[in-house]
Design a protein around this ligand. Structure first.
Ligand SMILES: [Ca+2]
Ligand SMILES: [Ca+2]
Ligand SMILES: [Ca+2]
Length: 128
């Protein structure tokens, strides 16, 4: 069952059907920028994600195993990753602390997040 999901994802993203997902294919699946257009920041950070986390053996491609780890991580804590992502997104002054103002500014992000409990807990903890 799990492998079918992996295969379908591969088929979807692996445009040149070489059985591996290149950085371009990975990004191209989410983002189609115009030439000369500057990349949005999230594309840059996705690229970093790719080389830092997705492409474990650093050969520049995600093979089947790496795609599997990407979409079906074994020991991946979704809530924690989401929480970290939220902090990263919301922490406007990058001091790794979230103030209530920062949370409120990104309120939509927290509400739309799977880790909404985290956002709520955070807002509660940060009352002053
Ligand atoms: Ca490919
Ligand atoms: Ca690889
Ligand atoms: Ca901050």
């Amino acid at each position: 069952m799990r492998d079918i999901v992996v295969l379908e994802t591969m088929e979807d993203i692996d445009k040149d059907n070489d059985g591996k997902v290149s950085l371009l294919e990975y990004i191209g699946d989410m983002y189609r920028g115009e030439e000369n257009e500057e990349e949005p920041d999230w594309v840059k950070s996705e690229k970093e994600q790719f080389s830092t986390y997705r492409d474990k053996d650093g050969d520049g491609y995600m093979d089947e195993e790496e795609v599997k780890n990407w979409i079906l991580p074994q020991d991946f804590d979704h809530a924690e990753a989401e929480a970290r992502h939220l902090i990263y997104e919301a922490d406007s002054d990058a001091d790794e602390q979230l103030t209530k103002e920062e949370v409120l500014k990104k309120y939509d992000l927290f509400v739309g997040s799977q880790a909404t409990d985290f956002g709520e807990a955070l807002a509660r903890h940060d009352e002053f």
